[in-house]
Design a protein around this ligand. Structure first.
Ligand code: FES
Length: 101
């Protein structure tokens, strides 16, 4: 497991998900209260990109059926999402957002 470059911190906006792909892994980044969090970008219910969803109060709402996940823990917060989404460790170094894969 090593940390890989995911994005420049300057490219992230508060409460606006950011999609990226690292080694064919689809990842969504979130800037919440000055901290960066990362989840897998595909909803665990059906196929939808969480980065196309609505981020509020540290939760991402899936754009397809409005399942919600806590971006810090990956926990599914409401139906129809029930399985947690994978989360990744994040480090910010010199303005670079690094994600552990
Ligand atoms: S695909 Fe995300 S809640 Fe259904």
């Amino acid at each position: 497991m090593t940390f890989k470059f995911a994005a420049n911190l300057d490219d992230l906006n508060p409460d606006e998900p950011y999609a990226t792909t690292i080694e064919s892994e689809q990842i969504a980044l979130y800037l919440v209260d000055g901290e960066v969090y990362a989840t897998h970008n595909v909803c665990t219910h059906q196929f939808a990109l969480l980065s196309d969803g609505y981020l509020e109060d540290g939760c991402i709402e899936c754009p397809l059926h409005q399942g919600r996940f806590d971006v810090k823990t990956g926990a599914a917060l409401c139906a129809p999402a029930s399985a947690p989404v994978k989360i990744y460790k994040v480090q910010v170094e010199d303005g670079a957002v690094m994600v552990e894969l």
